[in-house]
Design a binder for this molecule. Structure first.
Ligand code: COS
Length: 382
């Protein structure tokens, strides 16, 4: 077993850390307040290879491995969670399925602009009435005599929806067939029939734009089908497995930022004549924060390593996401508590870390879904 990072992994970690600390972290408070999409920062991440870390160079990416992606995500998330959300959708939810199931022409057309940071991608699975129960989707794609599909329906909670150029869409092509009736499509948001609905006002990750999208007689051509007809659910599930490694990394980044601030604070803040870090109740919290962070990191790197080796990693990704997201929620909670009034104040970023951490227990599969995936793998029961 090898615990050392490669030179390449350290290099991308360093690039991500520099951009995160110099550009992203200083603007995070502003973007959180106004809820605006951080166009310039996102372009900068793209120009530095951070929007296609695992994408092969022939499609405009950095051609690195899954652990490099974990390390870079952690750094960007430590700068600002919302930026890392946009980064994770481009790198993972949007690109993964295309790389695995796309034709050569689709990879050249849809992957390159996203990997090079010239455009933004989105992933549309969730609907107003179907989240965890993804096969209950109503968005319908009806096949025409010429092989094209006419799509009607609504998708909700679409990260980067307001700004995306292309969307990986999942729609029901054969309603009676459940999971096997779902097909994936590549959608160009400039084509007729595509529309954007209400933008979600969110508790955290406020700079990552999220909205509903609508399809009104949108026409998808046969070469805009991703993978095979009826293969959409498997594509979505496989993509989400990989996506969960990214969300675990994001959770670690948020938690690490809160932890580092807390370490500084407990050394400096005095009460009863001594730094609060000398009190056993604070020490216990610091020790537990550190253990949770380290455990989350190792589990996430393990899931990434399995993915990199093309071994099964579905349950390991769920374990990593569940552990890291619950750790992030706990660590940011304790960080606010240790900071007392200052933790609750908008003058410090602790309350933002706390708000941002919550989403990691919800998107790309709730903690309940992660537990379901893990327990099914352990028991072999459905
Ligand atoms: N990778 C590949 N294929 C998978 C898979 C995975 N991780 N998980 C399931 N499948 C396949 C199954 O093998 C099955 O195919 P076969 O019938 O050919 O074997 C098919 O998909 C249906 O699987 P299953 O019966 O397990 O589906 P369920 O309806 O029971 O749902 C859960 C499974 C709940 C795990 C799934 O719906 C899920 O992950 N939901 C959460 C969705 C989510 O994360 N939403 C967030 C949206 S993005 S913010």
């Amino acid at each position: 077993m090898e615990f050392a990072y490669t030179e390449e992994q350290l290099m991308i970690q360093d690039v991500a850390r520099r951009i995160a600390q110099e550009k992203i972290a200083p603007s995070a408070e502003h973007f959180d307040k106004v809820g605006e999409f951080p166009v310039e920062n996102i372009r900068l991440l793209g120009e530095n290879g951070l929007m296609g870390i695992e994408t092969p160079e022939e499609y405009g990416g950095a051609g690195m491995d899954a652990q490099a992606y974990v390390l870079a995500m952690i750094e960007v998330a430590a700068g600002d969670a919302a930026h890392s959300t946009i980064m994770s959708v481009n790198n993972s939810l949007y690109t993964n399925g295309l790389l695995k199931f796309g034709t050569e022409a689709q990879k050249q057309k849809y992957v390159r602009p996203i990997a090079e940071g010239q455009a933004i991608g989105a992933f549309a699975l969730t609907e107003p009435q179907s989240g965890s129960d993804a096969t209950a989707m109503r968005c319908r794609a009806v096949k025409q005599a010429d092989g094209s599909f006419v799509i009607n329906g609504k998708k909700s909670w679409i990260t980067s929806g307001p700004v995306a150029k292309y969307v990986v869409l999942f729609a029901m092509t054969e309603p009676g067939k459940g999971a096997k009736g779902i097909t994936a499509f590549m959608v160009d948001t400039d084509k007729p029939g595509f529309g954007r609905g209400k933008t979600e006002p969110k508790l955290g990750i406020r700079a990552s734009a999220t909205c509903e999208i609508e399809f009104n007689d949108y026409v998808a051509q046969p070469d805009e089908v991703l993978g095979k007809e009826g293969e959409g659910f498997k594509i979505a599930m496989g993509v989400l497995d990989a996506g969960r490694i990214g969300i675990a990394s994001q959770a670690i980044g948020i938690a690490r930022a809160a932890y580092e601030r807390t370490l500084e604070y407990v050394r400096e803040r005095k009460a009863f004549g001594a730094p609060i870090g000398t009190f056993q109740m604070t020490q216990a919290k610091i020790a537990d924060m550190k253990c949770k962070l380290e455990a989350s990191l190792l589990l996430t790197l393990r899931a990434a390593w399995l993915k990199q080796q093309s071994k099964p990693f579905s349950s390991e990704a769920a374990i990593a996401k569940l552990t890291a997201s619950e750790a992030a929620m706990w660590i940011t909670h304790q960080a606010v508590q240790i900071h007392g009034g200052m933790g609750y104040s908008k003058e410090m970023p602790l309350e933002r870390y706390f708000r941002d951490a919550k989403i990691t227990e919800i998107y790309e599969g709730t903690s309940e879904i992660q537990r379901l995936v893990i327990a099914r793998a352990e028991t072999g029961l459905r």
